[in-house]
Design a protein around this ligand. Sequence first.
Ligand code: ACO
Length: 436
Amino acid sequence: MTTAGGDSVTLRFRGEEHAFPLVEGTEGELAIDIKDLRSRTGLITLDPGFANTGSCNSAITFIDGEKGILRYRGYPIDVLARHSSFLEVAWLLIHGELPSRDELDGFIDRVTHHTMLHQDFGRFFSALPKAAHPMPVCAAAVGALATFYQEPESEQKVQESIVRLIAKMPTIAAYSYKHSLGQPNMFPRNHLDYSSNFLRMMFATPCAEYEIDPVVAKTLDMLLVLHADHEQNCSTSTVRMVGSSKANLFASISSGISALWGSLHGGANQKVIVMLEQIAAEDGSADRFLQRAKDKDDTTRLMGFGHRVYKNYDPRAAILKEACSEVISRLGASSELLEIAMRLEEIVLADEYFIERRLYPNVDFYSGVIYKAIGFPVDMFTVLFAMGRLPGWIAQWLEMRRDPAFRIGRPRQVYTGATERGYDSKVGLRSAGAQV
Ligand code: ACO
């Protein structure tokens, strides 16, 4: 970040002028540095949803939503999706550079040897209701890791916690699923790669092995790469906010999982399939859905469309659309939902309402179609998103903690409630039936 050529922005307030410097990112993005705004003017800013607020400097992920560009540490997402494994990308995000062969082998080895959960975790899962959605189960389990590995404050302890988290997340995710079915948990296998191991823990039983299709495992790995980071979105900002109080890594990531669960964020991939299935169950035509999504008096939204940052095709959706056909034909799965999705996309992209608002398919639109073809139940879709996002959350948490400008996150507000009121101690509580 540099100061932008001595440029500044002047604010005129109550007869006085205040100049605030501009800062410029490495991709030319300009921001007004308002660190001193309140101390100099007494003013704060009001920005609901933080759509105009830069909360930090970050060197991890670059998005140009107008052009549909996404890069991790400078590498375009389509290049990483084609050439890199998920663990290689995790290293890149966390350490800032691609790993050497030795670094990657060492990292894979450490992750592979930390995949088992403490034996006492069995009791943790059995205490939860079988009908529980796997997202709160995963959030609780990751939070519970903090009770096994306490206060990882030193750099070495933090690095150990990072390996443990990445290693144990697929095990936690698979166990949350097995628990919902009442099936025995499958132990991880050290000879399998990250995604193959997860597929086996999900779908094998002690009675029947799961045959791992290398194309499916590779596609799953690529899906994790596509989800690995997305700069200051809702869940990442949550991880940073919680971590800014110096809460430990497990607690911070647990809060990120909870934030991701919501249907306007990671939870949308599940809702997309529900929507496509509903369209299929009607007459395969999306007309009714489209009309409802466009109706101001209806809260329906077309799930998997629109994005706060992308005002162009989400580059991840483009990669996934291509992968859908390959996985479906490989597995001989029904292509009905994919056909409906592609038809829907075509209609939407030609519709004035969506054109005007620049609403394009996002990452959640096609990911669910692939997950479903592989055999994941819809409740697990957002868990897969969380598995993928884990290295991004970790990288952002580390960057925040190492930032020389580190401060606890603490936004302000414009208070709109009652001004000071008298309290009559003789009457006390408001009498029943009084007007509120
Ligand atoms: N269907 C119909 N209308 C939509 C949609 C949609 N999916 N998305 C946005 N709009 C409309 C809004 O109604 C609004 O219209 P208006 O200007 O007439 O009031 C306009 O487009 C702008 O929408 P906002 O809600 O202001 O955009 P915001 O940036 O706040 O929301 C969001 C972005 C939450 C992603 C939104 O597009 C949405 O709800 N999409 C559906 C859910 C979804 O797919 N979420 C996944 C996002 S990707 C991710 O988190 C991984």
